[in-house]
Design a protein around this ligand. Structure first.
Ligand code: NAD
Ligand code: IPM
Ligand code: MN
Length: 353
């Protein structure tokens, strides 16, 4: 029997609805498979924890998490309780950074049975490789008063090592797919970091002569995502550009509620972390209607990462079977509850595994 130890952080808002939903699916998969077991340990670290303890996780939180094989996270953030930059830097971004989860992998594809808002969507299937450790997300900067004005300064950090790493990951991923990498740049307006980004892209691409490339400014690329998503295979983007592009990717799939993601640690020193693209959705929390597909597809990415690819692909088939049957939450035009979608997926799995 193969055992896998998973740390579970449901977090805030709908994280507490979609994570238990996904765990039901995970344990069903284990029962049906018979040869694999998931030992899940849940931690209540979120904005309520902060209100009680003055921090998002205990001081030894990272050393507790370090020994797990993977981290499965819902969403962090409840601005009605804790300012977002405090809660996110105190937990989510802290884990990404301290555990060197330097790559954020975010697929988007046309889903069976889910209506894209595009009028005639082609069959797109793309993956954004988002640099996840530096870029526009930095703690370097400050606020100063100058005369009667106030100035906020935020520095961007682009290291050669960090940029090369993200780009090589994108090229190697493309080699397993359709051999095309698109770079998201903005070197027309941003004069130091983005020309550097372009230069590194030109260098790294020579290491992968079999892979075709293109490069677009992020503003045009955002438009192309909407107009012709089918032309893209792998897109490599900085931290902020990747963040924005992947909400667009989610939107063209039909809802941010279906989009999955994986924060990958490449050096094997720390666990990787699996969390969907969406946030805690305070506007729909508590109504039992959150779409669990983003979290369950994220589970598939975790299974793939653990070497359980077969279970992962069965799971994605089950998800699409259920959406194809019309068992869908309101964000994608259905009437089903979170639980009904989960039950649909579990029923399908019972017939498949
Ligand atoms: P959000 O993703 O939480 O919500 C945006 C919109 O999408 C809302 O209308 C919401 O109802 C809808 N939505 C999101 N997930 C859904 C789902 N599974 N099913 C159905 N509808 C869904 O983004 P936001 O409103 O900008 O952020 C809310 C909070 O979440 C903030 O505190 C933000 O910082 C945080 N956040 C956290 C993460 C994370 O932990 N990974 C990601 C994004 C935002
Ligand atoms: C995401 C989120 C986070 C990010 C926020 C909540 C800090 O939007 O994972 O996409 O920007 O990385
Ligand atoms: Mn985001």
């Amino acid at each position: 029997m193969m055992k896998h130890s998973i740390a579970v952080l449901p977090g805030d808002g709908i994280g507490n609805e979609v994570v238990p939903a996904a765990l039901e699916v995970l344990h069903t998969l284990a029962d049906l498979h018979g040869g694999v077991k998931f030992e899940t340990t849940s931690f209540p670290w979120n904005c309520d924890y902060y209100l009680e303890h003055g921090k998002m996780m205990p001081d030894d939180g990272l050393s507790i998490l370090k020994d797990f094989e993977a981290i499965f996270l819902g969403a962090i953030g409840d601005p009605s309780k804790v300012p977002d930059h405090v809660s996110l830097w105190g937990l989510l971004i802290k884990i990404r950074r301290e555990f060197e989860q330097v790559i954020n992998v975010r697929p988007a594809k046309l889903m069976q049975g889910i209506q894209s808002p595009l009028t005639s969507p082609k069959d797109f299937d793309l993956i954004v490789v988002r640099e996840n450790s530096e870029g526009e997300y930095s703690e370097i900067g400050g606020r100063i008063f100058r005369g009667d004005d106030e100035i906020a300064i935020q520095n961007n950090i682009f290291s050669r090592r960090g940029v090369e790493r993200a780009m090589r990951y994108a090229f190697q991923l493309a080699q397993k797919r359709r051999n095309h990498v698109t770079s998201a740049t903005k070197s027309n307006g941003i004069v130091y970091t983005m020309p550097f980004w372009d230069e590194v892209f030109q260098q790294v691409k020579t290491e992968y002569p079999d892979v075709q490339t293109s490069s677009y400014h992020i503003d045009a690329l955002a438009a192309f995502f909407v107009q012709r998503p089918q032309v893209f295979d792998v897109i490599v983007a900085s931290n902020l550009f990747g963040d924005i592009l992947t909400d667009i990717g989610a939107a063209i799939m039909g809802s941010i509620g279906v989009a999955p993601a994986a924060n990958i640690n490449l050096n094997g020193k720390y666990p990787s972390m699996f969390e969907p693209v969406h946030g805690s959705a305070p506007d729909i929390c508590g109504r039992g209607i959150a779409n669990p597909i983003g979290q369950i597809w994220t589970l598939k990415m975790m299974l793939d990462h653990l070497g359980l690819d077969e279970l992962g692909s069965v799971l994605l088939d089950a998800i699409e079977g259920v959406t194809n049957d019309g068992i869908k939450t309101p964000d994608v035009g259905g009437k089903a509850s979170t639980q009904e979608v989960v039950e649909g997926i579990i029923a399908r799995l019972r017939n498949m595994v």
